[in-house]
Design a protein around this ligand. Structure first.
Ligand SMILES: Nc1ncnc2c1ncn2[C@@H]1O[C@H](COP(=O)(O)OP(=O)(O)OP(=O)(O)O)[C@@H](O)[C@H]1O
Ligand SMILES: [Mg+2]
Length: 233
């Protein structure tokens, strides 16, 4: 399972955002989805982000994962600065180091749950993790041969989480992993994310509305109007 965490890994920065702004729109109708965000997540740290709808949580994940370029500011994954990277280099960095779990699951319709995971090893050309063990870890072994069209929303997201872990990412970005899950399953999924984060030295950000899972996280932040603050109950 985990590769073991060295002291250096735990101390090292997995992700940093330095004065990041993301502005949508033009003229009078602009919105700052990210309003001067400074954020550092160390490897081996699970950070939760809470906050109202439209606060900028998914935007933060998109910018951190190199899917969206910020309007200004600097994003680093490990020591690598994303800005100014060629498309090819950015794609390779995403493939090799970043795991992304989207709000929607984002699975490939024609592939079974198991094949979604196997595809990762084909794309990266590295053996990666054992797909059956990961499907088991997210409670999806019994649905391994089903395509996404035959799965519930919560089941799709669990496959999405297993797929994101396949390539041993150093940065894991997870959007609302428990939104479609019952309480017991939510606890199991976030426990799994915490274990993976700590054992494999991953820097993980999890966006959630679910206050019952926050005790599994090392730090909780709140986003309001594009700004990030420490969260106070
Ligand atoms: N592609 C886009 N074009 C224009 N505005 C956008 C775009 N994507 C997001 N926004 C705006 O940016 C702000 C932040 O959106 P974002 O999706 O990051 O919020 P969120 O915190 O993830 O909300 P939710 O909890 O509903 O998922 C919102 O005001 C949204 O309307
Ligand atoms: Mg969102």
């Amino acid at each position: 399972m985990g590769t073991g965490t060295t002291a250096t890994q735990t101390m090292s920065t997995g992700l940093s955002l330095d004065d990041v702004v993301l502005t949508f729109g033009d003229g009078d109708t602009t919105v700052d989805a990210l309003d001067h965000v400074d954020l550092e997540v160390r490897r081996g740290e699970l950070v939760a982000i809470v906050g109202p709808s439209g606060a900028g949580k998914s935007s933060l994940l998109a910018v951190a994962g190199g899917l969206t370029s910020p309007t200004s500011g600097t994003v680093r994954v490990g020591e690598e600065v994303l800005g100014g990277m060629s498309r090819r280099r950015l794609a390779a960095l995403r493939r090799d180091r970043i795991g992304f779990v989207f709000q929607s699951g984002n699975l490939i319709p024609a592939l079974t749950a198991r094949d979604q995971l196997v595809l990762v090893t084909k794309i990266t050309g590295r053996p990666g993790r054992d797909p059956d063990a990961l499907l088991d870890a997210v409670g999806m072994s019994h649905r391994a041969d089903k395509r996404p069209g035959r799965l519930s929303g919560g089941e799709r997201q669990r496959v999405g989480i297993a797929r994101a872990l396949m390539g041993n990412p150093t940065l894991l970005l997870v959007d609302e992993p428990t939104a479609a899950l019952d309480r017991t399953r939510s606890q199991e999924i976030v426990e799994l994310l915490a274990r993976e984060t700590h054992e494999a030295g991953v820097a993980t950000i999890m966006v959630t509305h679910d206050h019952d899972v926050l005790h599994h996280c090392d730090r909780v932040l709140e986003m309001v109007d594009g700004a990030v603050h420490p969260y106070r109950d």
